[in-house]
Write a protein that binds this ligand. Structure first.
Ligand code: ATP
Ligand code: MG
Length: 219
């Protein structure tokens, strides 16, 4: 993705890196996630994008979440197929697998800051997550820790940034909206479809369905 580096300078110079951080449960990873990631690289001129699989998502306590090992296998398959298709900007981060819970994004960012000194950290999310931000752990400090927050608009999800700004002052200067034409798709819907035997082939990145079938994940 060197060609997308702002100013065309070497991405190796770490102070010029624009690192996308895309956290999620990815249960399963779907086309919506990959469209978000690919559009973020393009539209926000990211040098690289880290896929941060959250082992124990703080927002999904009390909900059944597929074991991290299964979600990791699905995400690895999707990333391998992306790489085969020529995508060089994606990287898997195990930072929220390797450390004990709770996996708050604010702590993830602090650790990534240590690992990538000088890089601009662009935290990525869908508009539904932006609307939820006031309920995140220490949201004000989380916002302060992000250099930018890249938000992809999600169908059916209106965002009132002014209202959010009044709850979380300093948010709006960090937010960079980007958009893509997208089907309304979510992991929740896909889990239901997969459990009922519906054909989800077109909604999942190549390789993911094979992992689901082999490991019988959503049966
Ligand atoms: P679930 O239904 O289980 O919550 P999900 O589809 O929302 O799953 P997550 O793993 O919760 O997927 O989401 C990770 C990130 O991806 C979040 O920031 C979410 O907003 C974003 N995201 C997921 N699906 C889409 C989509 N279709 N368009 C834009 N953003 C999306
Ligand atoms: Mg979600």
């Amino acid at each position: 993705m060197a060609g997308l580096n702002p100013g065309g300078r070497s991405p190796e110079a770490s102070n010029l890196q624009r690192l996308g951080v895309f956290g999620g449960t990815f249960d399963p990873p779907h086309l919506g996630h990959f469209i978000l990631a690919a559009e973020a690289i393009q539209q926000l001129a990211l040098t690289r994008l880290l896929w941060v699989l959250t082992a124990d998502p703080p927002h999904k306590q009390g909900r059944a979440v597929t074991p991290a090992s299964e979600r990791l296998a699905m995400l690895q398959a999707a990333l391998a197929s992306a790489e085969q298709a020529g995508e060089t900007g994606f990287e898997l981060s195990l930072i929220d697998i390797d450390r004990p819970p709770p996996h708050y994004a604010i702590d993830t960012l602090a650790l990534l800051r240590q690992q990538h000194p000088g890089a601009a950290l662009v935290y990525l999310m869908g508009a539904d997550s932006l609307a939820d931000l006031p309920t995140w752990h220490r949201p004000q400090e989380f916002i302060a820790r992000c250099d930018e927050i890249g938000v992809m608009r999600r169908p059916g999800q209106a965002v009132d940034l002014a209202a959010l700004e009044s709850q979380l002052p300093g948010l709006s200067v960090k937010v960079r909206f980007f958009a893509a034409p997208l089907v309304q798709i979510s992991s929740t819907e896909l889990r239901k479809w997969l459990a009922s035997g519906r054909n989800c082939h077109y909604y999942l990145p190549p390789g993911v369905l094979a992992v689901i079938e082999t490991r019988r994940i959503y049966r």
